[in-house]
Design a protein around this ligand. Structure first.
Ligand code: GLU
Length: 264
């Protein structure tokens, strides 16, 4: 049996081993992202990831001292982001993640690094859905569990038949197959799907919310949050933010906006 003295001597070693096992201190950085949102964050057939969120996540990682080969990517669907952060399964989340007071009760956010708004995607030949108010008339709408757009439809348009899937790509396939009438989420996300299938879909109406994308971190991880904010400021200042926007949203036809001020 271990003597009390030996056990006491080992305690600091055990404690440091425990710390080493958390995602952030393992020599690797683990980042939660979407895998199926063209323009923002998509996993390609060869396994590589590309998109605006990926560029942001990589830039931040580099500033934190992690080159691309030390980043582990984990899929972070909308409904799992807070859980992944709270369980320590990811160091940060860059996944079209809107900063909201409700989410701030569970996690903290760096940023914002992108501003967008909720909109609607319909099939290109649709003529009767023209914006959020026209949804009331027995239309089937699809969005994603745990997302702000799904919550907003529930709160503001209770008459709409809302189906919640796990991913937006599943909603878009249901739209393509006539199983639903419209998909709702942020316009940058919808524009990415429209650009991917030319002639199949169109965005309708004006954006009807203001979404500010933040980088989610574990609650109370202020040192990490501050360093991420510094990295985002640098990305916006040195032209990388603009280049990432042009490279990833060029196909969707968005003009490059002013990057949002970082909220320190
Ligand atoms: N930005 C919204 C949200 O954080 C919608 C996009 C998403 O579900 O990732 O819920």
């Amino acid at each position: 049996m271990l003597s009390k003295r030996l056990m006491c001597a080992l305690l600091p070693v055990l404690a440091s081993l425990f710390v080493a096992c958390t995602a952030h201190d393992s020599g690797k950085l683990t980042v939660g992202v979407k895998f199926d949102q063209p323009g923002l964050s998509v996993k390609q057939p060869d396994g590589s990831l590309r998109g605006f969120d990926i560029d942001v996540a990589r830039y931040v990682a580099d500033q934190l001292g992690y080159p691309p080969d030390r980043i582990t990517w984990i899929e972070a669907p909308s409904g799992q982001r807070e859980t992944l952060l709270r369980n320590g399964q990811v160091d940060y989340v860059v996944a079209t993640y809107s900063i909201t007071d409700r989410r701030r009760q569970k996690v903290d956010f760096a940023g914002p690094y992108l501003l967008t708004g909720q909109s609607l995607l319909v099939r290109a030949d649709n003529t009767d859905i023209t914006g959020a108010p026209s949804l009331q008339h027995h239309k089937k709408l699809c969005s994603v569990s745990g997302s702000t757009p799904a919550q907003r439809i529930k709160d503001r348009y209770p008459g709409v038949q809302l189906q919640r899937f796990d991913t937006y790509s599943a909603c878009v396939e249901a739209l393509r197959n006539n199983a639903i009438d419209a998909v709702t989420t942020d316009d940058v996300i919808l524009a990415g799907y429209a650009a991917q299938s030319p002639g199949a879909f169109k965005l309708v109406g004006e954006p009807f919310s203001a979404e500010q994308y933040g980088i989610g971190v574990r609650k109370g991880h202020d040192a990490l949050r501050t360093r991420i904010n510094a990295a985002l400021e640098q990305m916006e200042r040195d032209g990388s933010w603009r280049a990432a926007f042009e490279n990833n949203f060029g196909a969707a036809g968005f003009a490059v906006p002013e990057p949002p001020p970082i909220d320190r």
